[in-house]
Ligand binder design. Structure first.
Ligand code: 3PG
Length: 392
């Protein structure tokens, strides 16, 4: 359900769950993507005549009031983006919240919901206390919707509920990419460790035609094939698991792509001395820090074939040049295919968004989600409690 399913909102108070868990340094927001998304949904509700009470968590205060995790410093940047006054209420339930809303404020930012233990416990009384502040509930926090928390899940038991604009875009893009994709479909899964993405890989082999593995996790798959990856990052206790995933891919008709060459160095530092070698030709003490040009060419050929791409995780240690070369090249190739209208490209996760921004192609992808854990759980094929709550 979307905002238009809520009917007339004139004069009503809408509780809007956002994810204002934005990166901050010295009390200032360093990336305002999530604030902009919240501002878009606030604006659309204000245009319908609603007053908006903004709910969010910030960091992980574990049910206690931790002053450094207050949402107060976000009220002013949010007001600036909105061009409208944002009144801050220093509690999300009870007298402070009720007073701010009773005083006629049109946009109220409520204090961190995680200051209350009832939030993470999805406590029914806490959910009801939140719900009592408004007439309708809108969830615009896809990135927090893997949490069965009161302001995400329980609250929807008490109010008419719908998806906000960002949530709608996230869900629509992910459904197009994985539920009913245009085929062939490819998934590119990178990042450091297999252990954090096991469930993703196990789910994807049954869903996609091509599974491309990059980043440090590819080393574990190479080692599972008997290749000596020398000093490279490798989860040696997961070799059997990697072999099982390879077998499952084969049984499902999913082609697994591993790097065939690599950029290696003896130290992980900027502009270190590097060699480009086949993956089975590392010397003692060398480690793989990026995939090599022959592997990039092979991936570019896969990109030319597929119609849908889902990407999570960089191909190399992209934060440190020159180990950003493969991620940049493949991101640019995917962006070019997207811009030509021949590829639907969906990417998500903090590192992935940073890698695409670094490659200069963040806006060229069909959809880029700021969600981290929620994006991964979606890629695992799980139903997110926050999405389920607004579907009922
Ligand atoms: C995120 O930053 O991924 C979301 O805000 C969720 O945060 P959490 O992992 O603390 O629930």
């Amino acid at each position: 359900r979307t905002i238009k399913d809520l009917g007339a909102l004139d004069g009503k108070t809408v509780l809007l769950r956002t994810d204002l868990n934005a990166p901050m340094s010295d009390g200032r927001v360093t990336d305002d993507t999530r604030l902009r998304q919240a501002a878009d949904s606030i604006r659309s509700l204000r245009a319908k005549g609603a007053r908006v009470a903004v709910l969010s968590h910030f960091d992980r205060p574990k049910g206690r009031r931790v002053p450094e995790m207050s949402l107060k410093p976000l009220a002013e940047p949010l007001a600036r983006l909105l061009g409208e006054t944002v009144t801050f209420a220093d509690d999300c339930v009870g007298e402070p919240a009720e007073r701010a809303l009773a005083n006629g404020a049109q946009v109220v930012l409520l204090e961190n919901v995680r200051f209350h233990p009832g939030e993470e416990a999805n406590d029914a009384a806490f959910a009801q206390a939140l719900a009592g502040l408004g007439h309708a509930f809108v969830n615009d926090a896809f990135s927090a919707s893997h949490r069965a928390h009161a302001s995400i899940a329980g609250i929807a038991d008490h109010l008419p509920a719908a998806a906000g604009l960002g949530m709608e875009a996230d869900v629509a893009a992910l459904e197009k990419a994985l539920t009913a994709p245009e085929r062939p479909v490819g998934a590119l899964v990178g990042g450091a460790k297999v252990s954090t993405k096991l469930a993703v890989l196990e789910h994807l082999v049954d869903k996609v035609d091509h599974l491309i593995i990059g980043g440090g996790m590819a080393n574990t798959f190479l080692a599972a094939r008997g290749i000596d990856v020398k000093a490279s990052l490798c989860e040696h206790d997961l070799l059997d698991t990697a072999r099982a995933i390879e077998r499952a891919a084969e049984a499902a008709g999913c082609t697994l792509h591993l790097p065939v060459d690599a950029v290696v160095a003896r130290a992980f530092k900027a502009h270190a001395d590097t060699r480009t070698v086949p993956v089975d030709a590392l010397d003692d003490g060398e480690m793989i820090l990026d995939i090599g040009p022959t592997s990039v060419a092979a991936l570019t050929a896969v990109l030319a074939e597929i119609r849908t791409l889902v990407w999570n995780g960089p191909l190399g240690a992209f934060e440190v040049p020159p180990f950003d070369a493969a991620t940049n090249a493949v991101a640019q190739a995917a962006a070019a295919r997207t811009e030509a209208g021949s590829l639907l490209s969906v990417a998500g996760g903090g590192d992935t968004v940073a890698a695409l921004a670094h490659a200069g192609v963040k806006t060229a992808f069909s959809h880029v989600s700021t969600a981290g854990g929620a994006f991964l759980e979606w890629m695992e094929g799980r139903t997110l409690p926050g999405v389920a709550a607004i579907r009922l």
